[in-house]
Design a protein around this ligand. Structure first.
Ligand code: ZN
Length: 65
């Protein structure tokens, strides 16, 4: 017998405890928290140095060869 056990989880963004089944944006408690986490992730991604990114090469560097 498996009773209906709600799966309580903690939102990674705001640490609010909620039932997984009650959110439309798991594992976050709400869309706002999902967007916050996504924004944080994109910030980190954006902060990484992109070597070889053609859009990032200074003009003088290109003229060096
Ligand atoms: Zn949250």
């Amino acid at each position: 017998m498996t009773p209906e056990t709600p799966q309580w989880v903690s939102c990674p963004t705001c640490q609010t405890r909620f039932v997984m089944d009650e959110t439309e944006t798991p594992p976050f408690c709400c869309e706002r928290c999902q967007l916050v986490d996504l924004g944080r992730w994109l910030d980190e991604e954006h902060g990484l140095p992109h070597e070889g990114d053609p859009g990032d090469v200074p003009v003088e560097y290109r003229n060096e060869e």
